[in-house]
Design a protein around this ligand. Structure first.
Ligand code: C2E
Ligand code: MG
Ligand code: MG
Length: 715
């Protein structure tokens, strides 16, 4: 406790207090015009440990109070200059004076004065004549209660600050529904003036629906005594507000309602939910939404014995459109596909295939160029063929996008509950398998799932896994098939043809595993191995002095796409140490035409290195001879399907002769593939085909066997 009251900063400090348990050293200001009484009081109080200051009248007390700030004042009533009431009133108005304990000293029978003392702001009164023994105790108790009161005020102030800092609207409601107190929250919709709220019932100022709900809940909380929480949604002037309310009963007669405006939170949650469940480009539901939707339907369809079909639809050659025309067009195309599918669904629902009102349909985008459609019916099987055909119809016409006319087709697969799968994963997997089967069948096809598809897919998957190990485990080998000059009958070259000696399945043909190698990218390393092996074999035969001058190796379009392809082949050829002119690359028409411009420049580089280029399986692709003029090629290999029917089919014969004639015009050499009979040979010779390859001259065979042929020839 300080005797110095100067507050240089001009603050209105709170009353300084003694320690809670110890009032010794507290300063007591004794105000009385009777010096004897002052002396006696001083004696009595000092004896019990107080410090005592004296004032002789009201004005003196006020002056002294401002200098020393006592802890308590004992004030006589009747005094000259300024009486005790006036002094009390003035002190109350001074800094530190408001809550200071002031004990008025009055006569026993003077009830009027007692009342007046309280009115003037006295804390309590002391009856004269004074009992000196209990005076010290009385002062101590007063100090203690003043301290307790101050602590209470402090904690109330803190509570209020806390409440004021909350963003919530707080309404205190009495048991009769009248609002006792109100604090506006930060949210805009429930901001009102205290005066328009306090003393009124909730429905006098809250929106009707909220008032009714809240009043009901207030009653429940009064009855049960348990805290309740609830979310309220109100509509005000076209805006929707969401409040989270907590109602707490306080004592027997009050309920406090804390209302928090969670509109923004709800809005962002809704937005997050939307983004999590919808595809941003097409605004269609995404795969997560699809999964939940289908799982949910399946759970009740199982009980109802209902039906559900999943269609998976993948656009054909979408990547090519995206790569060549750009992503803007790609995006616009996907949006237009979404619209077309919606249109197809509407048509199906309106037509006689439509499943009526009981049918539910969901269209969603799985990502990239893959869409999924689900049809659900509680009683009837879904007519998958009719629905797929309706979807295909939507793809039969072109769309104009940003000035480009675009045709796109789609491969569709379906799987149906319960026959093709009983849960989400099985249905999606099987619909996907069916879609891939229809894709392999060509473009714009539909397949519904059948069990054999899965067996085939499993088989392919197992093969794919073992193919990954085949190269390292030396399971791959090359066979060589002779290429013969049809004028001299001599072997002039060999084609290297790969085989896979599978440890369990035996010899597997390239038709079976090359597509897998291409899909998985394994073709790059396999292709390099083939080239290396073929180069070594050729070098061996050349070094041994055999009369053979060409080794043909097949190339896949995937290999050509490697950015460093040319460097890779140069490295292999030079490491074996064979002249590039001994090598010929066979490429199919499709490989050439795929990304034609890039192919042309790459093939020029290859040919400049001295390698020979030929077009394999000619006649089965979609290139024209005139177009081929632009490619730096040396030879055409007529596909064996034409050679096969040379004797029976006059059309095939005509095509073969035309190819030979036109190739010669373009200075290209012609090799006939698949020559099996002497008759075929004779016809080809008559039409001056340059070379032939086929079982008639020799099957693809092991190097030692091939070497035997070469030996025989040189004898
Ligand atoms: P291709 O390049 O057109 O090879 C010719 C295919 O015709 C070979 O089949 C060969 O065995 C077969 N054949 C040859 N003469 C006759 C005949 O008189 N009658 C009949 N019916 N068939 C004959 P194979 O070895 O099964 O190869 C199939 C295809 O696999 C090849 O067709 C080629 O496209 C691909 N291929 C083979 N080896 C490789 C390779 O190392 N890399 C790449 N990328 N593809 C390869
Ligand atoms: Mg070939
Ligand atoms: Mg061929």
């Amino acid at each position: 406790m300080s005797l110095n009251n100067s507050d240089s900063l001009g603050h209105q400090p709170d009353l300084p207090f003694l320690d809670a348990d110890d009032c010794s050293g507290a300063v007591v200001l004794v105000v009385d015009d009777d010096p004897t009484l002052r002396l006696l009081m001083k004696e009595a109080l000092q004896q019990v440990g107080f410090q005592v200051m004296e004032a002789r009248d009201g004005q003196d007390a006020i002056d002294l109070f401002q200098q020393i700030i006592p802890d308590i004042i004992l004030m006589d009533v009747s005094m000259p200059v300024k009486n005790g009431f006036e002094a009390c009133e003035e002190i109350r108005a001074l800094p530190y004076g408001r809550y200071l304990p002031i004990l008025m000293m009055t006569g026993l029978d003077d009830m009027n004065r007692v009342k007046q003392a309280y009115k003037a702001g006295a804390t309590d009164f002391l009856v004269k004549p004074i009992n000196w023994v209990i005076l010290g105790h009385r002062v101590r108790y007063m100090l203690r209660s003043a301290k307790t009161l101050e602590q209470l005020r402090e904690s109330q102030k803190n509570n209020q600050a806390l409440i004021d800092s909350l963003p919530d609207t707080i309404v205190k409601v009495a048991i009769n529904g009248t609002v006792l107190d109100y604090k506006a929250g930060d949210g805009g919709s429930l901001k009102m003036d205290k005066k328009d709220v306090i003393g009124y019932k909730l429905d006098a100022f809250l929106p009707k629906t909220l008032a009714t709900e809240l009043s009901g809940l207030v009653l429940d909380v009064f009855k049960s005594g348990e805290t309740a929480s609830k979310e309220f949604t109100i509509k005000l002037k076209r805006n929707k507000y969401v409040y989270e309310g907590r109602l707490i009963k306080i004592g027997d007669y009050e309920v406090v309602c804390i209302l928090r405006d969670i509109t923004e939170r709800r809005n962002s949650e809704e937005k997050i939910h939307y983004l999590a469940y919808n595809d941003a480009l097409t605004t269609l539901p995404n795969r997560s939404f699809f999964n939940e939707w289908v799982s949910n339907r399946l759970s009740y369809l199982r009980k109802l014995n209902g039906f559900l079909s999943v269609f998976i639809l993948d656009l054909d050659n979408f990547k090519q459109i995206n790569d060549t025309l750009g992503h803007n067009i790609g995006d616009a195309l996907l949006k237009s596909v979404a619209l077309r599918l919606k249109q197809a669904i509407d048509t199906v629902c309106d037509s006689q295939h439509g499943c009526g009102d009981e049918c539910e349909v969901l269209l969603s985008r799985f990502g990239s160029d893959e869409f999924a459609v689900v049809f659900v019916h509680p009683r009837h099987a879904i007519p998958v063929e009719a629905i797929a055909s309706e979807m295909h119809k939507e793809f039969s016409h072109s769309v104009e996008l940003l000035g480009h006319e675009i045709f796109i087709t789609a491969s569709i697969g379906s799987a149906s509950f319960p026959d093709d799968g009983r849960d989400l994963n099985a249905l999606v997997k099987n619909a996907d398998t069916a879609m891939h089967h229809s894709k392999r069948h060509g473009q714009n096809h539909f397949r519904s799932y059948s069990r054999s598809m899965n067996a085939r897919s499993m088989d392919r998957l197992t093969l794919e896994n073992s193919l990954r190990k085949a190269l390292d485990s030396n399971e791959l080998l090359l066979h060589y098939q002779p290429q013969v000059n049809l004028k001299t009958g001599k072997i002039v070259g060999a084609e290297a043809l790969i085989r896979w000696q599978h440890p369990e399945r035996g010899l597997i043909s390239p038709d079976r595993f090359i597509p897998i190698a291409e899909d998985t990218g394994l073709i790059n390393s396999i292709g390099e191995w083939v080239l290396g092996e073929a180069c070594k074999q050729m070098k061996h035969w050349v070094d041994a002095g055999y009369d053979i001058n060409r080794m043909a190796v097949n190339l896949s379009s995937i290999q050509l796409r490697q950015p460093d392809f040319i460097h890779r082949i140069r490295r292999i050829v030079s490491s074996v140490g064979i002249a590039p002119s001994y090598l010929e690359f066979e490429l199919t028409e499709t490989t050439l035409m795929r990304n034609a411009e890039r192919s042309i420049s790459l093939l020029h580089e290859i040919r400049d290195d001295g390698l020979v280029l030929s077009v394999d399986d000619f006649g089965t692709g979609y290139s024209s001879l005139s177009y081929l003029k632009r490619f730096p090629i040396d030879a055409l290999k007529i596909d064996r399907s034409f050679v096969q029917d040379l004797e029976q089919d006059s059309d095939d014969a005509a095509i073969t002769f035309a190819i030979i004639a036109m190739a010669h015009n373009l200075n290209l050499k012609v090799i006939a593939e698949g020559v099996e009979t002497p008759q075929q040979l004779q016809i080809l010779q008559e039409h001056e085909c340059d070379e032939g390859q086929g079982y008639l001259f020799g099957r693809p065979q092991l190097p030692i066997e091939f070497e035997e042929l070469l030996k025989k020839q040189s004898d």
